[in-house]
Design a protein. Structure first.
Length: 335
């Protein structure tokens, strides 16, 4: 399976570059399913996002591409995992080098102190936690339906908002009659194909993964090593003396996922104006906006944007499986 077929064993997936919204359309042979129940079933079967696995070690290489298809960054991601609260994650690349140490002492960081950017975070998620985006969706409906890619039929689950049907919604597609994930379309225009599937501790693990964005190459990942850790050595997870931490109760520079947003109600006096408003917010541990302070834009626009943003709700951001507060900057645009 690939963005473009290279061999008889691969499936060509057409790029998603636009979508059509239809409030009344129905799909043939659709079967409604419970999204939460479905996630509980599938998440432990693909990737390694499960507590019911023995400690493991993985090494993968990745390449990132720009809009022209040029390889702009390359690196290696490595992780030693003993539990959700005990791990070591290592990024080594031409532009980002970082090691995180997690243990009962908290989360410590050596090297680059900023959090991984969206592409670097996606490198890990696509292989280890391929359902991480679906887990953030609330108030959505899930539908099981067959889809055909270049003559090959997959069983897909489409995830859409209630009463809003789009031509190419969030979806996860599997080998017929199995739980082997082969294709997903997540946030925005990201599409992912999963190849070279291996079985590891009863989980399906894609060892070659390609991500496109609006039909163009974005990320390529290849697993070089996946193995059990026969003995957990506590010293391997202990941070060196020069590591910063522990990470506090509030973080910034991360990428929280909004699950509910609202638009500003602009005053009539702003009609005909074009402007943007930037707002500094603090998101609470429960995902609700605790405070919002506009830092740019006209005064009336600031008030409208602040009022709207205070109603936003985010998926709680977790550090060591515990929610933390997040400092974030968001914006509103008036055209």
């Amino acid at each position: 399976m690939a963005p473009a077929a290279k061999a008889d064993s691969e499936i060509a997936v057409p790029p998603a570059t636009s979508e059509t919204i239809n409030l009344h359309a129905k799909k043939n042979k659709e079967v409604r399913i419970n999204l939460a129940t479905w996630l509980d079933k599938e998440t432990p079967l693909n990737g390694l996002q499960s507590t019911e696995v023995s400690p493991w070690h993985i090494v993968l290489r990745y390449d990132q591409f720009d809009e022209d298809g040029d390889n702009v960054h390359s690196g290696v991601y490595e992780e030693f995992w003993a539990s959700p609260e005990k791990y070591k994650r290592i990024y080594k690349s031409d532009n980002f080098n970082q090691t995180d140490y997690a243990s009962d002492r908290g989360l410590f960081r050596r090297g680059d102190q900023q959090w991984p950017d969206p592409a670097e975070s996606q490198v890990r998620a696509e292989i280890i936690a391929p359902f991480s985006y679906a887990a953030t969706l609330q108030g959505f409906l899930a539908t099981s339906i067959e889809r055909t890619f270049s003559g090959y039929t997959l069983q897909c689950v489409l995830i859409e908002r209630n009463s809003v049907i789009v031509s190419d919604p969030t979806q996860y597609c599997f080998e017929p009659g199995s739980s082997i994930l082969r294709y997903s379309r997540g946030f925005g225009w990201y599409q992912t194909v999963y190849n070279r599937i291996a079985s590891f501790q009863g989980h399906h693990l894609a060892q070659d993964v390609e991500v496109t964005k609006a039909g163009k190459p974005y990320l390529k990942m290849s697993v070089e090593t996946i193995e059990l850790i026969s003995h957990v050595n506590e010293a391997d997870f202990a941070p060196p003396t020069d590591a910063a931490g522990p990470i506090a109760e509030r973080v910034s520079g991360v990428h929280p996922v909004p699950i509910k947003t609202s638009y500003p109600v602009w005053s009539a006096s702003l009609r005909g104006q074009q402007f943007s408003v930037k707002v500094d917010i603090v998101i609470g541990k429960n995902g609700r906006v605790m405070s919002a302070h506009a830092v740019s834009g006209p005064a009336e626009g600031q008030k409208a944007c602040e009022k709207a943003v205070k109603k936003w709700i985010y998926s709680p951001y977790l550090v060591l499986d515990k929610p933390v507060e997040v400092e974030e900057q968001v914006g509103c645009t008036h055209q």
